[in-house]
Design a protein around this ligand. Structure first.
Ligand SMILES: [Zn+2]
Length: 271
């Protein structure tokens, strides 16, 4: 049966990407990073299309205009720019999809997993926790996907985020294309990384044919804690009557749904 897959793509977890200037439009090395991001996404698309399925890609980094569409295989559709929607890096996902794949994902804020470890905004956030556990962008985006009724089936990026994803969703397909230490990264050859991603996605897709990954229920209560980098941000955040200050730099909010969590996070706490 023909299935439809959603790819959420980021840049910091792509092969060879090591420094912030490589992730920022106009920065040295940014063009190379965009190209590698595009090639890694293309590798995943090829595996999906060759299996006879449909694929839609959401560019989820910075301006959301990093992926070079002409480097993707024909048939791959691309969402560029921000949708001004609570889904953010997942905007466009709905229950018509059969699974989500994450490409170029990275270690979260509050971890030592990458020189580029961050969650959403590295200039504002020390760490984010949901229900007491350190949350990565993968954690937050998979909660959003679960709310749409779609399960995570594959992730590629640095070794740290792949390990975390396996802990959170045992059985998820993974492909770590780099190990990170301090300010350094130890990378596969960029083209070897693409081959490895394509093979691992093909495997994950074949597994889905046999046994589709079940969609996990979203907890009824989502306790969001964010450690911010400045007290000014805390003052902004607590203007919302239900956002509570926990200590000098930490705030807490109890959300009743993923949308609720994302709206308060995006429009109030991290505004
Ligand atoms: Zn990111």
């Amino acid at each position: 049966m023909k299935k439809k897959y959603f790819i959420s793509a980021d840049i910091e977890g792509c092969t060879d990407v090591t420094a912030w200037h490589e992730c920022e439009a106009g920065g040295a090395g940014y063009g190379d990073a965009c190209r590698q991001m595009s090639l890694e996404v293309a590798a995943a698309c090829e595996a999906i299309l060759e299996a006879g399925h449909e694929v839609v890609v959401r560019d989820g980094h910075g301006s959301a205009k990093n992926i070079i569409h002409s480097l993707l295989p024909r048939g791959a559709k691309l969402m560029r720019g921000w949708a001004c929607h609570v889904g953010s890096m997942m905007a466009g996902l709905d229950d018509s999809y059969d699974g989500v794949l994450y490409i170029g994902y990275h270690a979260p804020s509050g971890s030592t997993g990458s020189p580029l470890a961050h969650t959403i905004n590295h200039t504002k956030v020390e760490w984010i926790k949901v229900n007491g556990k350190l949350a990565s962008e993968f954690t937050l985006n998979s909660l959003y996907a679960a709310q749409q009724g779609v399960a995570p089936i594959f992730i590629s990026g640095d070794a740290d985020i792949c390990r975390r994803a396996e802990e959170e969703y045992p059985g998820i397909g993974t492909m770590a294309t780099k190990e990170c230490r301090g300010n350094s990264t130890f990378n596969m050859h960029p083209l070897d990384a693409c081959d490895a991603i394509k093979a691992a996605v093909a495997e994950a897709i074949a597994r889905e044919e046999e046994t589709p990954t079940p969609v996990r229920a979203v907890p009824e209560e989502l306790v969001l804690e964010i450690r911010l980098k400045s007290f000014q941000q805390v003052l902004n955040a607590i203007q919302h009557p239900e956002v509570k200050q926990v200590d000098d730099l930490t705030v807490r909010y109890t959300a009743k749904s993923v949308d609720d969590l994302n709206v308060v996070r995006m429009c109030n706490i991290m505004a």
